[in-house]
Design a protein around this ligand. Sequence first.
Ligand code: ADP
Length: 426
Amino acid sequence: MTDPTPLDYSQYTLLIVDDNPTNLGVLFDYLETFGFRILVAQDGESGLKRAHYAHPDLILLDVMMPGMDGFEMCRQLRTAEDTRDIPVIFMTALVNTEDKVRGLQAGAVDYVTKPIQQEEVLARITTHLRLRALTVGLQAANAEITRFNQELEAKVRQRTAELQRAYDQLERLHRKKTEFIAVISHELRTPMTILSAYSQMLVRAESVQADPTLTDIGKKVTHSFARLQEIVNALLEVAQIDNQELALNVQKVNLAELFQRVGEDYAQALQTRGLTLTRAGLETLPAIEADPQALAKVFDNLLSNAIKYTPDGGCITISGQQTAHETIPGEWVELVVADTGIGIEPGSLELIFTKFYYTNDIRLHSSGKTKFKGGGPGLGLTLARGLIEAHGGRIWAESLGHDEATCPGSRFYILLPLAAPPRLER
Ligand code: ADP
């Protein structure tokens, strides 16, 4: 091991306490030659006073002294805040182990035996001054770490409080937004129902039916009102999901029949767009306990999306199988709506289920539910997730990415329990 850097002894003050003036003199003379600043005392009481006054870096302390002996002085040094850390080396003529132990118990860091070997005492002083410097350094580092930790904790507390405030604010805004959506949808529903009824009456009117142009306009108006109603109803239902007000009307549902009906609604669009719809494994699925209207809405959205995001000539597959849930026991069905469309980038796979989220350019939005990339209001998947979760099920999407040239496709998975958990009936 390399020698540590030599100590600059002139930086240190030593206190020597010994009732024997000869011993004191010899030690004083020897240690002074190294440059130490040296204080002396001839008894415990004055030694203590010097220690409190001068705060020496180390004390050489005789054990046997009249009046207060070395043990007692050492104990008193240890009990006082300002002297407790000063290293004490006992100078003892006593050779028996019990006294050495007593000395160490009284708080000494070391001892030298009398008659004093000068080199030995210097070596011990040097060692303990070094140790003390290290300890002081460590204490300072510890104090710094503690202060740093406290500052950090205070900052974390402050940030947490700020975050909580921001979160509360967001919560309030979110509630307000949901309330607003619910109120607006309610307000819109009544005039829209009236307008829709009138438009249907108009289409049926003889004078309109006699005129092909009017009939065509009438059909378009009726169709647009129906779409408008669908959007407003979706808004209202999403608000109900947010407020946990959604209730299911549970009954036995045959999924193959349900898909058949939903598929039929899109027969025309599939034909126009040249898309193939294939079903697999649905006939063998057991009937499940669910709300058929709610499920029809979910599959309507998934199918409409598959049509919208698959270029002309692509394929859509709806498949189903009975399966097990990875954590929840019981019997489940897994349904998959897969397409050969433009796909979804990984970062959006979860976001697409959040309210009003859509990935495509808003300028490309069209009122149609089946035009290629004809985006809607971004409610379909939010509604689908809310409805599936109300059944105690799960819905998620998988895709290798978004690429309109290679069309990696998307797969929407739904897990539904065979028996819906008990919930509020509508
Ligand atoms: P939107 O009314 O826009 O269709 P959705 O909630 O149904 O709203 O869908 C949200 C977004 O998810 C869509 O804007 C679209 O970007 C993406 N998406 C949904 N289904 C598919 C799909 N089958 N293929 C590619 N992207 C899809």
